[in-house]
Design a protein around this ligand. Structure first.
Ligand SMILES: [Fe+2]
Length: 379
């Protein structure tokens, strides 16, 4: 999209932009914080070279010196003549596509999702890595096959995408049947759909589950799009959905080496109003003692979320084979597993967490530089 006019807005002292049906007035301080030039912006660190507070609060734009194809030269009331980049301004106000923006999340159900696997070695090619990350941002998860199956190789696999988030369970945790289990995950019982570790601050962003060995026929991995069930609840009962967004729940973990607590709503939106996080962990949540009317809506909404997250309409399942690696957004996706018979043999998964930043940065770097940059590698 191109600008059809750039004029001074005499009321605000800012810039008035228009293009077709669209128009927008930019505040003079907003413009000033986006201009570049010697002594104003460092192109290496991408940082401004002054403090906001140094700029007069009553700043105005006095004159448009030149409105060129790529830049707009401006004279400000404090005497500074500086340059505004047209393309980056249009991207920031949403009038032009931003190629570095992360692909949009698209809600899915069991009927609409296309479950596909990526070969680990194929990710060496930057185009394949870009395609893989696009699918991850769209669906909230990806399945990788043919990864190495040596114990602890997950550290190296996950570090391809970001920095490991160590917890009181260590850098990696082992999911296998144990003689004296401290958690249902270490038995052969089914696990209903849940998000991991809502009691941590911050909640771990991305979870990996890596299968080293699987000799049992059950134990399928299950996934549900939390965004899709939250949207479905919103359509079914806006009152219940509103309460689940409004009421902060306390999540608590108490174990031999840590006592952890964190608060948050069951449904949370981001700065754009998009549903971005679900907290569903049915054994660790404690809602505050608020009025019974609100709590009735809360309990009914939570029950519906639980029902939907374990229904054939929203849940998919797939087997873990040795070398399967699942990468999922722990804010958006719920996961679980079907039961299996531990007497059939050994089933051993390893898991770990990384922050959301890792894949997001990797994707932006691929768009900017066209090549894969290693986040961090073990030597
Ligand atoms: Fe889990």
């Amino acid at each position: 999209m191109t600008l059809s006019s750039v004029r001074l807005d005499h009321t605000s002292g800012g810039l008035s932009l228009s293009s077709g049906e669209k128009s927008l007035v930019l505040h003079p301080l907003w413009v000033r914080e986006r201009v570049f030039g010697v002594g104003v912006f460092d192109p290496v660190s991408h940082q401004r070279l002054y403090e906001h507070a140094d700029i007069p609060a009553d700043l105005r734009i006095n004159k448009i010196i030149d409105s060129g194809d790529s830049d707009i030269d401006l004279e400000f009331s404090d005497g500074c003549c500086l340059r505004l980049d047209r393309a980056s301004t249009l991207r920031e106000i949403g009038w032009q596509d931003n190629p570095g923006a992360l692909p949009e999340a698209v809600p899915w159900t069991a009927r609409t999702i296309d479950l596909h696997q990526t070969d680990w070695k194929s990710l060496d090619a930057p185009e394949n890595m870009k395609r893989f990350l696009k699918a991850y941002f769209k669906d909230g998860f990806c399945v990788i096959e043919n990864t190495p199956t040596e114990r602890d190789s997950l550290k190296k696999l996950a570090r391809r995408f970001g920095y490991l988030r160590e917890t009181n369970f260590g850098e990696l945790f082992n999911v296998e049947t144990k003689p004296h289990p401290s958690d249902l995950a270490y038995t052969d019982a089914a696990l209903t759909s849940h998000t991991d570790n809502p009691y941590r601050a911050p909640v771990p962003g991305i979870q990996y589950l890596h299968c080293l060995r699987n000799e049992v026929s059950g134990g399928l991995s299950t996934l549900v799009d939390g965004m899709a069930i939250a949207i479905a609840l919103q359509a079914e009962s806006p009152e219940q959905a509103a309460v689940l967004e409004r009421v902060f729940v306390r999540f608590r973990y108490e174990g031999p080496s840590a006592i952890l607590e964190h608060h948050g709503p069951l449904i949370e939106r981001d700065h754009d109003g998009v549903i971005r996080q679900i907290r569903l962990s049915s054994r660790l949540d404690y809602v505050p003692a608020i009025d019974p009317e609100t709590l009735s809506l809360f309990y009914a909404g939570r029950k519906r979320l639980h029902e939907m997250s374990n229904s054939a309409e929203f849940q998919i399942s797939f087997p873990f084979r040795a070398g399967t690696l699942l990468m999922m957004d722990n804010y958006r996706l719920l996961h679980g597993r079907t039961p299996f018979d531990g007497k059939q043999g050994h089933r051993h998964l390893q898991g770990c967490y990384i922050d959301h930043d890792g894949p997001a940065s990797l994707y932006r770097m691929l768009i900017r530089d066209g090549k894969t940059v290693a986040v961090k590698r073990e030597d």
